[in-house]
Write a protein that binds this ligand. Structure first.
Ligand code: ZN
Length: 537
C-alpha cells in the first residue's frame, strides 16, 4: 500500500457504506476502505501514513463548469470585484499601471466591475472614464458577467475600429461610450496578440494550483475559444504538453466551445470527440452559448424584462443555425452542453434537443444545459423527459438573488435557481462556479447551495428557502453528479475500492456543523490520483 489515511470521518457518497474511518491507496487507486484498525493492517514499511485526527474527507470536488485558462488570466488581472465606485475603478487601474510598470501599448485587462455596486453613479463605466487613466495603454475592463466590456480610445484604435465598422449579429457596440456587448466583444479581443504556449501553460498551472487549494480535483472547463486568435490547437497543445510532463494537478474534461459548424467539423476532422483522452485530460462535450447574462439583460427571456419592457434579451443564434450544429454534433457522437440563462434560451435549446432525439434517438447522450437559471416547472419536466443534465452554479445566488425579481418578476423568480426542485424532478444536477465569472472557491459555493443566503448571510431564512439543498445533496452534486456529466461515474466521485484516489480533506464536518460555519471551513489537503497536490500548513 502506498498511502493510508486513517482516523477520519470519511463520507464515501456510496449507499453501501456511507461513512468509514480509513482509506488504503495503491498507485492512483483506492484499494480498500473501512475501520482504522482493519485498514492499518494493510500497511508495510514504505506505506505513507496520514492520521486524519477526526477530520472530514469527501470525494475530490469536481467543478462542472468553469473556464480554467481565463481564471488563470484573471488571477493576473486588475481585480475589480466588489469595487464600489467609478473613482475606485480608476484608482485601481492607475495603481496597476504603476506597480507593474506596464510599458506603453501593452494591453491592460481588468474584470469584475458591476454598476449595481457603485455608490457614486450607478452607470456603466465609459471610454471617457478609461481615457482619464491612460491614452497610451489599450485598456479593456470586463463587467462581472463577462458579457460586456468597456474599452478606451487606444484599445479601439489598436483594433482598427471606426465609423465604418459593420454591425455584429448577436452583439452590440458603441464607439462613443466604448461599450461592447456579447459577440461584439470579439471585435476587440480577437485583435489582441496570442500568448506563447509556455505562457499558456504557466497560466493553466497557476489556475490549477488555485483550484487544488479549493479542494478541487476535477474540472470541466471551457477554454478552446479563449485565445485572442481563437486557435484551439494551441490551447490543446498546451494541455497535452502539461499532460505529458505530468503537470496536470486536476483532471480536465474539456467543454469544447465550437461556435460554428465549420469549427466543429475542423475539430472532429482532427480526431477529437467526446471521451478522447485519458484520466487526466479528456475531450468533453461540444459547448455552445445560446444567450447572455441576467445582469446585463442579455439573457433571452420568453417575455420582456420586468424592469425593461423594451427588451427580451439576446438569443445568440437563429434557431436553424443552432439546430444544424446540435444535430451534427449529436450525429457525430458528441455530447452537447449549452449555456442557457433565460427561459427563452432554454425553450429554444430544449426544443432542439427534443427534435434531434426524436429523429436520431440515442441512449446515454448526456446532453446538458449550463446555468439553467430562469425557468418554470414545465421546462423542468422537459429536462427530465429528454434526460438533459443541469449544470448549476449556486454561488450565482450571492448576486442574482438581489436582482432576479426585478428582472423577471416575482412569479418566475419563484421557480428560478430551483436546485432542489430540479433534483426532485429527477434531473442530474452537477455543481460548478463558472469561474472566473465567480471565484471557483468551493465553500462559498456550498454555503449558497445549502443556506440560499448571500455571502453576508442574508436573508436569514434564505432566498426561496424551499430550494435549499442539504449538505449531502450539495456534495453529491459536486462529486457524483459531476462525474456522471463526464461519463466517469464508475471511476470517480465516490470513495470506494477501484475508484480513483481523488480526495478532499476538510477541517470540520460540513454535514453536521451549524450552517453559518460552512464559510469558515478550511481545505486541509487535496489528493489527486493518490498524490498530495495541496496541503494546508
Ligand atoms: Zn461559462
Amino acid at each position: 500500500m502506498d498511502l493510508v489515511l486513517y482516523n477520519g470521518q470519511i463520507y464515501t457518497m456510496s449507499d453501501e457504506e456511507p461513512q468509514v474511518e480509513a482509506i488504503a491507496i495503491r498507485g492512483e487507486m483506492i484499494v480498500a476502505v473501512g475501520p482504522s484498525d482493519e485498514i492499518l493492517k494493510l500497511k508495510h514499511d514504505k506505506t505513507q501514513l496520514i492520521d486524519l485526527d477526526g477530520k472530514t474527507v469527501i470525494p475530490g470536488l469536481n467543478d462542472s463548469h468553469l473556464h480554467l485558462y481565463s481564471m488563470g488570466l484573471y488571477l493576473n488581472l486588475v481585480d475589480l470585484m466588489e469595487v464600489t465606485s467609478i473613482k475606485e475603478v480608476k484608482e485601481r487601474v492607475s495603481h496597476y499601471l504603476l506597480d507593474q510598470q506596464v510599458p506603453a501599448k501593452q494591453w491592460v485587462r481588468g474584470r469584475g466591475w458591476n454598476q449595481d455596486y457603485f455608490t457614486d453613479e450607478k452607470r456603466f463605466i465609459t471610454k471617457a472614464d478609461l481615457d482619464e487613466i491612460s491614452t497610451e495603454h489599450p485598456i479593456i475592463l470586463y463587467r462581472a458577467c463577462g458579457h460586456l466590456l468597456v474599452a478606451n480610445s487606444q484599445a479601439i484604435e489598436a483594433c482598427g475600429l471606426n465609423e465604418n465598422t459593420k454591425p455584429v449579429f448577436g452583439g452590440e457596440f458603441d464607439l462613443e461610450t466604448g461599450i461592447f456587448r456579447e459577440k461584439a466583444i470579439e471585435l476587440i479581443i480577437n485583435q489582441i496578440p496570442d500568448p506563447t504556449i509556455t505562457e499558456i501553460k504557466e497560466t493553466l498551472v497557476t489556475a490549477m494550483q488555485y483550484a487544488n487549494q479549493q479542494g478541487l480535483t476535477s474540472l470541466q472547463t471551457d477554454d478552446l475559444d479563449h485565445l485572442p486568435s481563437r486557435d484551439f490547437k494551441k490551447m490543446l497543445q498546451a494541455y497535452h504538453e502539461l499532460q505529458e510532463e505530468g503537470k496536470l494537478t486536476c483532471r480536465i474534461y474539456q467543454q469544447s466551445l465550437m461556435p460554428t459548424l465549420e469549427r466543429l467539423e475542423a475539430f472532429l476532422d482532427l480526431g477529437y470527440k467526446t471521451g478522447v483522452g485519458d484520466r487526466y485530460f479528456k475531450i468533453g462535450p461540444l459547448k455552445l452559448l445560446s444567450d447572455g447574462s441576467l445582469g446585463a439583460r442579455t439573457a433571452a427571456l420568453r417575455k420582456p424584462y420586468h424592469d425593461d419592457p423594451s427588451t427580451k434579451g439576446i438569443l445568440t443564434y437563429e434557431r436553424d443555425d443552432l439546430y444544424r450544429i446540435i444535430e451534427f454534433a449529436h450525429r457525430s457522437d458528441m455530447q452537447v452542453a449549452v449555456h442557457c440563462i433565460g427561459d427563452g434560451a432554454m425553450e429554444q435549446v430544449l426544443g432542439i434537443i427534443e427534435e434531434v432525439l426524436e429523429k436520431y434517438p440515442r441512449d446515454n447522450h448526456r446532453h446538458g444545459i449550463i446555468h439553467c437559471q430562469i425557468m418554470d416547472r414545465d421546462l423542468m419536466k422537459r429536462y427530465n423527459q429528454s434526460d438533459v443534465l443541469a449544470y448549476v452554479q449556486p454561488i450565482f445566488l450571492h448576486y442574482d438573488m438581489h436582482i432576479v425579481e426585478k428582472r423577471v418578476g416575482h412569479e418566475l423568480a419563484q421557480t428560478s435557481y430551483a436546485f432542489k426542485s430540479m433534483m426532485e424532478e429527477g434531473i442530474s444536477v452537477s455543481i460548478g462556479t463558472d469561474s472566473p465569472i465567480e471565484a471557483c472557491d468551493t465553500m462559498p459555493n456550498i454555503h449558497c447551495a445549502i443556506t440560499r443566503q448571500d455571502l453576508k448571510g442574508q436573508p436569514e431564512a434564505g432566498w426561496n428557502e424551499a430550494e435549499k439543498l442539504s449538505a449531502y445533496e450539495t456534495i453529491y452534486g459536486y462529486t457524483v453528479n459531476g462525474a456522471y456529466a463526464s461519463f466517469e461515474e464508475n471511476i470517480k466521485g465516490k470513495i470506494i475500492p477501484r475508484y480513483l484516489a481523488d480526495l478532499t480533506v476538510l477541517d470540520q464536518n460540513i454535514f453536521t456543523i451549524d450552517q453559518k460555519d460552512i464559510l469558515n471551513t478550511s481545505i486541509m489537503m487535496t489528493i489527486v490520483g493518490g498524490k498530495i497536490v495541496y496541503q494546508n500548513h
